[in-house]
Each structure stands twice: as structure tokens, then as C-alpha cells.
Design a binder for this molecule. Structure first.
Ligand code: EPZ
Length: 419
């Protein structure tokens, strides 16, 4: 098992370029099933993307990853399509469940493994299935698989989600793409990654509009032309490096290949804590700030503070003066980084889904264990600011969602190596 070893307190200087968004690329790859030919640019070369491409290959699409250019080419020649997403490909990459909507709406049937839970929660897909049934799908669960059918195709309908769900919104959008008539989705998630999926679907010829949390999809012909799309930058990776810079920059760090307008809520919250940020057209400059202020935060669906930045923010709040609180409202078990941070000296208590963080505390290096993607990167942040050496085990979690993490940090003079 590979490990990361970090020597703390090295001051960061220079520039970090942000990669394309994993969580925008995954649903767009699922949407590629609907297209004839797709050229997808600015994709992050991370494990989850390779797994999703393996799934498209398994289904019968022709894919080609041009690693040097961060481009994926996908062709659907419509021969020997296998409307099956097997357990081995869905169990490690839960977003594989997103092919359900595309396969069902295009081929009238799909057999997709239930994704199962993960470290952060049970991750049910009841809202996904609720939406597909409202569009006329026959769904049954057998031997751990979702078996969906729509012999006469799907029919548009009005669907109101009881909980705001990114995945369910995406699956419903994909299923509605070839449904007859008009589909109105209410109480949708409206993350930037979903807006990027909608831009892609519009390039495919779909008529979609968003008003607040309502998304309307009107039946339209799907184009057979080549679709070229460049995915948006990864706002969670950006937030992660903004926090690293605020904590450990020598003076400041420039972070580029981004659109600052898309992360207004994260920038506002970091500014409230005292992070100095200068916005440019396609980059930001983040200065180190010793006097970070305490804050109380609740994780919420976009445009609220994202649950995917909760662990990273917690590291920052261990350095803020006073008592901060973070309430995790999205997932039931997303505090597994807390025991590891406490072993490094952090003063954090958890009381019914709220982490109470007392700061500032100086952290010391330790041997720690990554448990999920975002928790693992919070341990990297802690390692950057801790005294001495931190060794992070099980870094395969990191490789699922952070492209070239060590090289990006090494370029900014961090002392970090993979063994
Ligand atoms: C997406 O997961 C992201 N993954 C997650 O990022 C992110 O944390 C999450 O959205 C919230 O923003 C991808 O985009 C690939 P949800 P998703 O459906 O779609 C409940 C990362 O680190 N729910 O918005 O699975 C669910 O239990 C990952 O990149 C149901 O009850 O999240 C949760 O409490 C981690 N029934 C809440 O909704 C359902 O059918 C939000 O989940 C679906 C979800």
C-alpha cells in the first residue's frame, strides 16, 4: 500500500493550476452514451474517471484517453451495446449508477449494480429510482442489481425531489433526455457540476432551462454530430488549495485555471475567517494569514458551504483563535478525519453531527490513515502545517479525486513524497 510522507512547516510559494472537475466529468461521461461522438477536454486523470471509462468500454462504447492532453474521445457505434453496469465497476465508483438514466432512456432497459454504501454513509439511491418510476420505468431490485425497463420508452412528467440530491438530479436529467414530452424536475441540486452537465446536454440538442431549483427538459432530437466539451474546473480541489495557501504560504500562492465567479460562497466564507483573497479573471491569489477567526458553519447543498470541503475547513479552524463549530448536514458519517486530526494534536469534540473545534492548536506529525477522499486530503493539509513528519496510509482514497497532488505541492516547495 502506498503512503505519503510530508515534512511539515515548509512554506508554500508559487502557483497551483486546478484540474478539471471529477464530479462534472463523471455525469458527462454517463451522458456520452446518448451521443454519437464526444471529445471531452480538461478531464482530470484520476482513478474514478478511469473506472467510469472502463464502464463505458464494458457497455460497448469506444473510448480513447489522450493522457498528455487530458482529453477523452468517445464513440458510440451502436453495435453490441451491453446495458449492464456490473458490481465490480460500480462498487468502487458509485457514480457508475449514473449510466442507469442514459441506458434506460436510450435502449429501454438497464441492469445496474446497486452502488452500496461507502465510508461516509449508506448513500441510498431511492430518489434516483423514484424519478425513473415517475418517468414510467418498471424497476425491480434483484441480487443487488437495479433492473429497469421502459419498453415503450420514457414519458415526461413532473417530479419533485423530497431531498436535494446531486446524483438523483443527474440521473433524472439523463433519463428525461429522450423521454416523450416535457419533464419538470423540482427541488433539484444546482451545483456547478450539474450546470456543466446541462451545457453538455444542450450541445447534444436538448432544450433545458433552470429556474431556481426547477429544471425543465423538453423533448428534442439528439444530434448525431461530434460534441466537443471542456469540463469546468474542480471547485473542491480549488477550495483545498486555497486553505493550504492560507495556512502555509510564505507570502501568497497564485491558483489558476479557474473562474472565481463559480466559487463565490466558498470565497465569502474563507474571507469571513480572515483569508485574504485577490480575484483575477481566471486565477486568485491567496495570502497566508496568521490571525484566522473562528466561525460556525453548516454544510448545505450548493450554494451553501459544500460538504466536500468540510474536512479541509476543519483543519483550517484548528488554527483559528476561539471555538468554531461545523455541522455536517449532508452525510451521516463524515467526521472520520477527526480522530486522525486529534492524534496530531487538534482539539475537536463531536456532539450530534457537530464538530466543536478549539484553536489555535499546534499540530505535530504522526502516522495517520486516510478513510475517504476528502478526509484524506485534510490529513495532507494537516501534515503541511504540523511539526515534523506525517505519514498518511491508504492514499488510494486520494488518487480517486486529486490529480498530481504531490507534484502540484512540490512545485510550491512542499516536502512531500509517495513511498
Ligand atoms: C455527489 O454525491 C458527489 N459525488 C459527492 O462528492 C458530494 O459529496 C455529494 O454529491 C453532495 O454534494 C459526485 O458528484 C460523483 P447526493 P451524491 O445524492 O450524488 C441522500 C466526492 O467527495 N440521498 O447529493 O451521492 C444522501 O444519502 C463525493 O467527490 C438519498 O437519501 O450525493 C445524502 O445524505 C463524495 N437518496 C444526500 O442525499 C438518494 O437517492 C445528498 O446526497 C440519493 C441521495
Amino acid at each position: 500500500m502506498q503512503k505519503l510522507v510530508i515534512k511539515g512547516k515548509r512554506e508554500l510559494i508559487g502557483k497551483i493550476s486546478i484540474s478539471g472537475s471529477k464530479n462534472a466529468t463523471l455525469p458527462i461521461l454517463a451522458a456520452s452514451i446518448l451521443a454519437k461522438q464526444v471529445i471531452l477536454k480538461n478531464i482530470p486523470l484520476v482513478k474514478d474517471i478511469f473506472t467510469m471509462v472502463d464502464l463505458l468500454d464494458f457497455i460497448g462504447l469506444k473510448t480513447k484517453i489522450l493522457k498528455k492532453k487530458n482529453i477523452i474521445e468517445i464513440r458510440n457505434n451502436e453495435n453490441s451495446i451491453n446495458t449492464l453496469a456490473p458490481y465490480r465497476l460500480v462498487k468502487t465508483m458509485r457514480a457508475g449508477v449514473l449510466v442507469l438514466g442514459s441506458l434506460l432512456t436510450k435502449y429501454g432497459k438497464a441492469k445496474v449494480s446497486l452502488p452500496g454504501g461507502c465510508a461516509i454513509g449508506t448513500r441510498p439511491v431511492d430518489l434516483h429510482l423514484f424519478a425513473l418510476k415517475k418517468l414510467g420505468a418498471k424497476i425491480k431490485i434483484k441480487n443487488g442489481y437495479i433492473i429497469a425497463e421502459a419498453k415503450k420508452g420514457l414519458k415526461g412528467n413532473t417530479i419533485k425531489f423530497s431531498t436535494i440530491s446531486v446524483g438523483a438530479t443527474e440521473n433524472a436529467l439523463l433519463a428525461a433526455s429522450k423521454a416523450k414530452g416535457t419533464t419538470i424536475l423540482k427541488n433539484c441540486a444546482i451545483e456547478p457540476e450539474i450546470k456543466d452537465l446541462i451545457i453538455f446536454l444542450k450541445k447534444l440538442g436538448l432544450v433545458i432551462n433552470i429556474k431556481g431549483r426547477t429544471i425543465t427538459v423538453r423533448q428534442s432530437e439528439i444530434k448525431n454530430s461530434k460534441i466537443v466539451h471542456s469540463v469546468i474546473f474542480d471547485r473542491i480541489e480549488l477550495g483545498t488549495y486555497m486553505i493550504a495557501s492560507a495556512l502555509q504560504a510564505k507570502k501568497n500562492v497564485t491558483i489558476d485555471k479557474i473562474d472565481p465567479k463559480l466559487i463565490k460562497s466558498e470565497i465569502d466564507i474563507l474571507k469571513k475567517i480572515g483569508v485574504q483573497i485577490i480575484k483575477k479573471r481566471s486565477s486568485i491569489i491567496v495570502a497566508k494569514n496568521k490571525k484566522l477567526k473562528r466561525i460556525n458553519i453548516k454544510t448545505k447543498p450548493f450554494p451553501g458551504f459544500p460538504t466536500d470541503l468540510q474536512a479541509q475547513l476543519m483543519v483550517m479552524l484548528t488554527q483559528a483563535k476561539g471555538i468554531s463549530k461545523i455541522k455536517e448536514n449532508i452525510f451521516e458519517n463524515r467526521f472520520m478525519h477527526v480522530p486522525e486530526l486529534k492524534r496530531m494534536g487538534a482539539n475537536i469534540e463531536i456532539k450530534n453531527k457537530t464538530a466543536i473545534i478549539k484553536g489555535p492548536t499546534s499540530l505535530t506529525g504522526a502516522e495517520v490513515m486516510a478513510t475517504d477522499l476528502r478526509a484524506s486530503v485534510s490529513l495532507v493539509l494537516a501534515g503541511l502545517i504540523a511539526e515534523n513528519k506525517t505519514t498518511i496510509n491508504r492514499i488510494y482514497h486520494l488518487d480517486r479525486g486529486y490529480e498530481f497532488l504531490e507534484s502540484k505541492l512540490k512545485k510550491c516547495k512542499a516536502e512531500i513524497k509517495r513511498i
